[in-house]
Design a binder for this molecule. Structure first.
Ligand code: NAD
Length: 448
């Protein structure tokens, strides 16, 4: 076997994962100090919005030491009952979030309402001296993203955006590999998050007791255009542009958060071009069920896809000159490329034999083959996985609680959330206006 064949064989072995051991990643301990959280460091928590995500986060909070659920707010009776059930005790409940902000026994609030309410509640909560865990996408508009940052800074509050992959041990490992330079120059990134069922397409069942008696419809609308009561809009709000941002706001943001973290991105992308369509889930919906966007970042281009018509693993792939990094669900792998110097053997096929032989002779004299026993295996492929049952949402909540206690900025503060929210809004701008979306940082707006 000559050197080139040897290198090729090794690269193939790596590429096909031969004998690649998966290393198990260790979750961070939920509590830095032994002996528990002192009562003075207890964080008293209230949820504003206790639908699917509000209840999920309440559970995540209960897993973190030193938290107490003291109150909950929602606009639908059934969800207030659900919040009490998840809290496992009697808590203060209301349909008016301002009653939560008035309470002196609330240190921090979770904002888990539809997206069109995030900015107003977060800004009011900051002004009331509460720290805020605000669900993703942080804002419904570009303007709101900036006023939310201002509220966080003006009132010196901790604001954390709820895209939990920012606290995932899998993404942290991917960042370590990326920053260690093993990938070489990364110019292309590809990511996707696809689903193939009614729930994934937000076609949720409507509870049988949904009515204007059990739901505060006017408050739900807030600043959105007035409309007669419509339970479909209330329970499937993601399908309507007055309250959500469709696939970019719901799913792109998760991938964008992870990619911004791994690649150290601290600003919105420069440009975005989207294509997509509404093919299958056509009833009661204003947003596409396929969205594919090409984002321009200074050092790489990102192709990001969400498809509600085919299930596949959640993926982010970084293509570098020295290797490929793939994050797939809760695991990641690094596969090196063969970057050993090689003599040119393609274009010289058109040379006369004499020149070809001279070229190869010279190349080999300048690159002597290693002596037997000195062959160096190219870097081998590596793979890592989170342990079964790992939940980055608990880590994300714990990071928030640490920030509340230490007053150190959150790992995913409002500035971070602004950048990913703007990227999602750029994808929609391009799709709905059928043009390239260009971010104008000076004017703080998206232009066509
Ligand atoms: N991080 C994640 O993985 C994740 C997952 C799901 C949802 N989310 C986000 O969480 C938020 C909520 O999503 P969901 O799936 O829980 O929606 P949902 O419809 O299940 O729940 C939203 C709740 O907010 C309540 N609400 C609406 N306006 C309100 C107001 N002004 N005051 C108080 N309550 C109000 C509604 O009554 C409803 O019960 C969204 O921003 C969504 O993007 C994040």
């Amino acid at each position: 076997m000559n050197r080139r064949e040897f290198m090729r064989t090794s690269a193939c072995a790596a590429a096909f994962g031969a004998a690649v051991k998966t290393n198990l990643l260790s979750p961070r301990p939920l509590q830095a100090a032994p002996g528990g959280v002192p009562p003075s460091d207890r964080v008293r928590f209230a949820s504003i919005g206790t639908g699917v995500e509000g209840c999920t986060i309440l559970q995540a909070a209960l897993h973190c030491p030193g938290t107490e659920i003291v109150a909950a707010c929602d606009l639908y009776d059934g969800r207030i009952t659900a919040a009490k059930e998840y809290a496992h005790k009697e808590i203060f409940t209301t349909k008016d979030y301002r009653a939560i902000l008035d309470r002196s026994d609330v240190d921090a609030v979770l904002v888990a309402t539809p997206d069109h309410w995030h900015a107003k509640i977060t800004e009011d909560a900051c002004a009331a001296g509460k720290d805020v865990y605000c669900e993703k996408p942080m804002s419904h508009t570009v303007g709101q993203a900036f006023t939310m940052v201002e509220a966080m800074q003006k009132h010196s509050r901790i604001v954390q955006v709820g895209s939990q992959y920012r606290s995932s041990i899998v993404f942290a490992k991917a960042k370590e590999i990326f920053e260690g330079g093993a990938l070489g120059q990364v110019t292309a990134v590809e990511a996707s998050l696809d689903r193939n069922d009614a729930s994934g397409a937000w076609v949720y069942p409507i509870p049988p007791d949904a009515s204007e008696k059990t739901i505060d419809w006017d408050r739900f609308l807030g600043d959105a255009p007035k409309r007669p009561f419509d339970p479909i809009r209330f329970f499937r709000w993601r399908c309507f542009r007055d309250y959500g941002e469709g696939l970019p706001g719901d799913l792109f943001v998760h991938r964008l958060t992870g990619i911004h973290y791994i690649a150290g991105i601290t600003a919105p992308p420069l440009r975005a071009a989207s294509m997509g369509g509404l093919f299958r889930w056509t009833e009661n919906r204003e947003v596409p069920d396929l969205m594919w966007t090409l984002f321009e970042y200074p050092n790489f281009r990102l192709s990001l896809r969400c498809n509600l018509n085919n299930e596949s693993p959640a993926l982010a792939r970084f293509y570098g000159t020295k290797g490929t990094l793939e994050v797939k669900n809760d695991a990641l792998s690094f596969t090196p490329q063969n970057t050993e110097p090689q003599p040119e053997d393609y274009s010289i096929m058109g040379w006369p034999v004499k020149l070809r032989m001279e070229y190869l002779q010279q190349w080999h004299s300048e690159h002597p083959a290693p002596l037997p026993g000195q062959y160096r295996l190219i870097e081998s492929a590596e793979s890592f996985a989170a342990p079964r049952g790992y939940d980055c949402q608990v880590d994300h909540m714990n990071n928030f609680l640490e920030s509340v206690r230490t007053r150190q900025p959150s790992v995913e503060d409002a500035v971070y959330g602004k950048n990913t929210a703007i990227a999602a809004l750029m994808a929609n701008y391009s799709y709905f206006n059928k043009c390239l979306a260009v971010w104008n940082e000076g004017a703080r707006k998206i232009e066509g």
